[in-house]
Design a protein around this ligand. Structure first.
Ligand code: HSE
Length: 362
């Protein structure tokens, strides 16, 4: 028997469209291999409001409208109902899962934070690729989800679809995590790699923007705020710690000169923007204490450029690739390497979370 999971998709930009494409592409296979029908029953954008159709919306038609620059309100069906806001639409329609993929806002997490709170309050599961709400409020939102007996999953927020959160939570169940160090931002890794090959900082950044890796405002990438957001998410999920942004030492790569990148290369090192979380009292890459961090925090959190020796697992992770090295009491060191940005790659993270929710309901 085929089971159904009814989705309300909030946000129809790059990531939302990437998920719609995957739903279309994989519909038959998901039915055959997983006995699952992932049915899109609502979609919302700031421009078009909240549109819902109980029998399901046609992803191909929505993608066609988006590609031709038309509002989704031009969807050709009399059965589509519309509400001006997500709040009203969500309150009025039935869905099993909210898929929240509006743009990331690292200042206050809105509007995604309100969408996620409302959905959890209503007893919907939530899957998100939106870093802002979970970087700033994962602790609160996970507690709310637990109270309501629903799932809040966020695989796509860290390293896109590369399965790091599920590896930490499920694959490494029972292990005590001692430290995490990662290359968590594709744009800066791409820039540093290209600079190592002779390109200027400005050229490499422009190319990363053209390829669609960079945030809407690339300051978030090059100043380390995007990696910081992912560090906060990991701190909440792995260490149960509601860290605030100002508790993470942060340095970006904006001022980095090509001579610096080349000089490190000449010494057999690679400069990488490394995000790290380390239980205090456990040794590692950086032994210096992070200035400005409250000494009582059980975990030291940093985002900073580091010149890594070539035998370090992160040193040869190049281009837009991301990686996370996990040190634990049972496996010493495990490194997961994979794409950290991109339309299809991020949609994969959402898909994996949806399948995990479907599994838990069977
Ligand atoms: N701008 C981000 C990056 C996108 O470059 O990694 C994925 O979070």
């Amino acid at each position: 028997m085929v089971k159904e999971l009814r989705l309300a998709l909030i946000g129809f930009g790059t990531v939302g469209q990437g998920l719609a494409e995957l739903l279309l592409e994989k519909r038959d296979w998901l039915r055959a291999a997983y006995g699952l029908d992932l049915r899109l029953v609502a979609v919302a954008t700031a421009r078009s409001g909240f549109l819902a159709r109980a029998e399901g919306l046609d992803e191909a038609e929505l993608l066609r409208l988006a590609a031709s620059g038309q509002p989704l309100t031009a969807y050709a069906s009399a059965e589509v109902k519309r509400w001006p806001t997500v709040g009203e639409g969500l309150a009025a329609t039935g869905a099993d899962v909210l898929v929240e993929v509006t743009g990331t806002n690292l200042r206050d997490g809105e509007p995604g934070l309100s969408h996620i709170r409302q959905a959890l309050e209503q007893g919907l599961h939530v899957v998100t690729a939106n870093k802002g709400p979970v970087a700033l409020a994962a602790h609160e939102l996970l507690a709310l989800a637990a109270r309501k007996g629903v799932h809040l999953r966020m695989e796509a927020t860290v390293m896109a679809g590369t399965p790091v959160l599920s590896t930490l939570r499920e694959g490494l169940a029972g292990a005590r995590i001692l430290s995490l160090s990662g290359i968590l931002n594709g744009t800066t890794n791409y820039i540093l790699t290209e600079m190592g090959q002779g390109r200027s900082y400005a050229e490499a950044l422009a190319e990363a923007q053209r390829l669609g890796y960079a945030e809407a405002d690339p300051t978030a990438d090059v100043e380390g705020y995007d990696a910081l957001a992912k560090t906060l998410i990991l701190a909440a999920l792995v260490f149960g710690l509601p860290l605030r942004p100002e508790q993470v030492l942060r340095r970006g790569i904006a001022g980095i000169a090509q001579e610096e990148v080349r000089a490190a290369q000449a010494e057999g090192r690679r400069i990488k923007l490394v995000a790290s979380l380390r239980l205090r009292g456990v040794g590692g890459l950086s032994q210096a204490s992070a200035g400005g961090q409250a000494a009582e925090l059980p975990v030291e959190a940093r985002v900073e450029p580091m010149a890594l020796p070539l035998d370090h697992p992160l040193a040869r992770v190049d281009g837009v690739m991301n990686a996370l090295t996990i040190e634990s009491d049972t496996l010493s060191s495990v490194t997961v390497i994979g794409p950290g940005a991109g339309r299809r790659q991020t949609a994969q993270g959402l898909l994996a979370d949806l399948l995990a929710i479907a599994r838990s309901r069977s």
